[in-house]
Write a protein that binds this ligand. Structure first.
Ligand code: UT7
Length: 328
């Protein structure tokens, strides 16, 4: 008997209404539209401004839309995995808050904290529950409210990130689905990209607030270098071990951190940009949200059997590549 695969059977994104343009950022920090476009490829990003809304409210919108689209009742969901670094609270997790808000009363859930690689980690984790046959309908959410941890006086970070993300439904499939994943991490990378305070290492105090240690800290150049290397090597590894060459791949779906990273990875792999999903110009870097937002934006162009390689790199460091065949 051949084993069932875990296939994505629906995707639903959510982006907040408020558009923060490069022009508006020029009024907040010493930057300019030209620098942001040429150094990052970003033209605008979305910011969650709805009164009282948090990550779980974005999650609720994604999951509600996903259930509607796939004709699924909330009680049918067995598991919700939420990839995020900006959950509603440090604890409890946000997956179970989403379950409560959508009425997924039979689901259990947990969050995955792997920064920009969170969706890849969560997708792979969710696929194991479906492949094993223990769980039939698994929802994987990838999203972030990066505006909640950004310093809007720091031009090196506030221009890059945005809010949003998406959710996918995983179900068993005879033919298509998640085929293979190469997931990697290197904890030594924590020094280059982090939020220093609020955890057990540096609990919140008046001093940590005054020192702005509750905001994203990033050393851009080393992260850039590692991102190119990590994404290129993990895509190469997953292609090699599945005997794929670049002409077999219909779409590459890279984490949207910087258009120059995407261009460099594609060029090192000699992969044509026409088959690379790009939407960084509209949303910026939504951390765990970029990959599902790409799938959502390009959904109408995908066909059953299409071969996709998703790849990401982020804080941790964490990185990897997932090879999947599209099911609808
Ligand atoms: O998603 C998680 C993983 N994250 C990433 O993959 C991000 C990786 N890193 C990057 O994308 C890039 O390093 C950045 C976009 C963050 C920065 O771009 P860069 O080309 O590496 O710039 P840089 O840090 O080398 O800075 C070049 C110059 C500096 O000025 P000086 O020292 O040359 O005078 C910066 O102060 O650009 C300056 N600069 C800015 N100028 C205008 C930095 N940020 C800005 C800004 N506007 N927003």
């Amino acid at each position: 008997m051949t084993r069932k695969k875990a296939a994505i059977t629906g995707v639903q994104g959510y982006i907040p209404d408020y558009i923060l343009t490069n022009k508006e950022l020029e009024t907040l920090v010493d930057t300019n539209d030209e620098w942001i476009r040429t150094r990052t490829g970003i033209e605008e990003r979305r910011i969650l401004k709805q009164e009282g809304w948090a990550a779980s409210d974005m999650g609720r919108e994604m999951v509600k839309g996903l259930l509607e689209k796939t004709n699924t009742k909330p009680e049918e969901i067995d598991l919700i995995i939420c990839a995020t670094i900006t959950g509603d609270m440090v604890f409890p997790d946000t997956a179970n808050t989403i379950a409560d808000k959508v009425g997924a009363v039979n689901s259990f859930g947990f969050d995955i904290n792997a920064a920009c690689s969170g969706f890849l980690y969560a997708l792979t984790t969710g696929s194991k529950f479906v492949e094993s046959g223990t769980h039939k309908k698994v929802v994987v959410v990838g999203m972030d409210v990066m505006s909640s941890i950004l310093d809007y006086t720091d031009r090196t970070t506030c221009v890059i990130f945005g809010d949003g993300g998406g959710a996918v439904l995983l179900e068993a499939h005879d033919e298509f689905g998640i085929e293979d994943s190469v997931l990697k991490s290197d904890g030594n990378g924590r020094h280059f990209l982090n939020m220093a305070a609020g955890g057990s290492k540096l609990p919140t105090s008046a001093e940590t607030v005054a020192n702005k240690q509750h905001y994203v800290y990033q050393e851009g150049r080393p992260v850039f270098k590692h991102a190119v290397k990590g994404m290129t090597s993990s895509v190469t590894e997953v292609m090699e071990r599945n005997n794929l060459n670049k002409d077999d791949i219909n779409w590459m779906v890279p984490h949207q951190a910087n258009i120059r990273i995407i261009n460099t990875v594609a060029s090192q792999l000699d992969f044509p940009m026409e088959r690379v999903m790009v939407n960084i110009q509209k949303y910026g870097n939504t951390t765990a949200g970029t990959l599902p937002l790409c799938l959502w934006d390009y959904e109408s162009q995908l066909k059953p059997g299409d071969k996709l390689i998703l790849t990401a790199f982020g804080g941790g460091f964490t990185w990897g590549a997932t090879y999947l065949t599209w099911a609808y």
